[in-house]
Design a binder for this molecule. Structure first.
Ligand code: AHG
Ligand code: MN
Ligand code: MN
Length: 363
């Protein structure tokens, strides 16, 4: 279960606990964790700090979105042929700028840029030993209508065989199991940063009055069995048979197994994932007739969220294979995705398995 409930109590006199200093800041938390590793150089902590700073900058612009000129599209399409929103381009610039200035990252892969971007030699500071893969703005079609959107990031070490001065873009093509950290920011009714370094999942809420992320959701655990399912069921008729059967099963009435399940679909992956992580549920973006590889991207959507899901006790699969074990061929590779409460992901897999066995047994 989630254990955030204690975090929201107030002192009773209108003064929040945050003001009383009982919450740890993101910076304190990062430094405390860093001290647990005797050989740490602090580079990784500085990289996380740079990401936190970029998130605050994007948040600032997002909060004024109706007032400054960031609604609507840039008139361009990105490498996947999708319409680029002004806020997509702005978030990409803010994150790239913060990582460039910080100097700890030598290569960025972004949804909003066709090729990986080398950063080496651009900053006096930093060791430049990390690779950061980004979905700078997720759910961007929701910005103009004031619905929650997010940022997703995934961090890898530059393997020893690559030079940090001229990083080969292929260095970014590592399986998700190699991630050293992953996280997301959700710009929702409050702004939260949630991340893992492979040692549990922790969530921080931005206190805008002091401009700090504060540890509000320590050690997030997701329920093994959930009641929510999130999928664009408008595409129902183009899903494979096993998935249609699973969706029908979820909607059957059976109080003993807590069915029917409830549908929740925002259309912002970060927000859908965040809700399901806290409450228990499954998010699905499957293959469809028109998109046999699904829509979401392996490197900067499925892998980072898969790492977080597993660290919180959940699971992430493409319907057959563990997401983190998939070998990437290209930066913008797509994958079908089933992610969330472990029992729900396993059941989805078994429905898919069963009907593909049935189909192959047909004469
Ligand atoms: P992005 O804005 O980064 O391109 O991602 C959009 C994704 C994801 O956030 C969301 O869950 C999904 O697209 C919605 O797609 P449909 O409109 O096809 O349901
Ligand atoms: Mn996205
Ligand atoms: Mn995006």
């Amino acid at each position: 279960m989630t254990n955030q409930s204690h975090s929201w109590s107030h002192a009773g006199d209108g003064t929040s606990e945050a003001e009383l200093g009982s919450f740890k800041t993101l910076e304190q938390f990062i430094l405390e964790r860093q001290d647990q590793f005797s050989h740490s150089t602090g580079a990784f902590s500085r990289l996380l700090r740079d990401i936190g700073l970029a998130a605050k900058t994007v948040n600032r612009d997002m909060r004024r979105a109706g007032l400054i000129d960031v609604y609507g599209s840039t008139g361009e399409t990105n490498v996947q042929g999708e319409v680029q929103q002004k806020m997509d381009a702005l978030a990409h610039r803010e994150f790239t700028r913060a990582l460039r200035r910080g100097g700890e990252c030598c290569l960025i892969g972004s949804e909003e840029h066709a090729e990986a971007i080398p950063l080496s030699g651009t900053s006096e500071e930093g060791d430049g030993k990390y690779i950061v893969l980004l979905d700078p703005l997720d759910g961007s079609s929701n910005i103009d209508v004031n619905v929650s959107v997010g940022t997703i990031f995934s961090i890898y070490r530059l393997p020893d065989e690559y030079s940090k001065d001229e990083p080969d873009p292929d260095a970014a093509l590592q399986p998700g199991t190699q991630q050293v950290a992953a996280g997301y920011v959700v710009y929702g009714s409050s702004t939260m940063l949630v991340y893992t370094t492979g040692n549990g999942v922790n969530g921080f809420t931005l206190d805008p009055s002091i401009g700090e992320f504060l540890l509000s959701h320590p050690d997030i655990q997701t329920p093994t069995r959930g009641r929510l399912f999130s999928i664009n069921s408008g595409y129902y008729h183009s899903f494979e048979e096993g998935l249609r059967e699973y969706l029908d099963w979820l909607q059957e009435r059976d109080p003993e197994t807590n069915r029917p399940a409830k549908t929740r679909y925002i259309g912002s992956f970060v927000s859908d994932f965040h809700r399901n992580l806290l409450k228990g549920g499954i998010y699905m973006y499957p293959a469809t007739e028109g998109s046999p590889d699904g829509k979401l991207r392996l490197m900067y959507e499925a892998n980072p969220m898969g790492f977080i899901a597993e660290q919180a006790g959940g699971a992430a699969s493409d319907g057959h294979t563990r997401i983190l074990e998939k070998t990437p061929d290209k930066l913008h590779q797509r994958t079908p995705l089933f992610i969330g409460s472990e029992e729900m992901v396993r059941r989805a897999e078994s429905f898919l398995e069963e009907t593909s066995d049935r189909a192959s047994a047909r004469p």
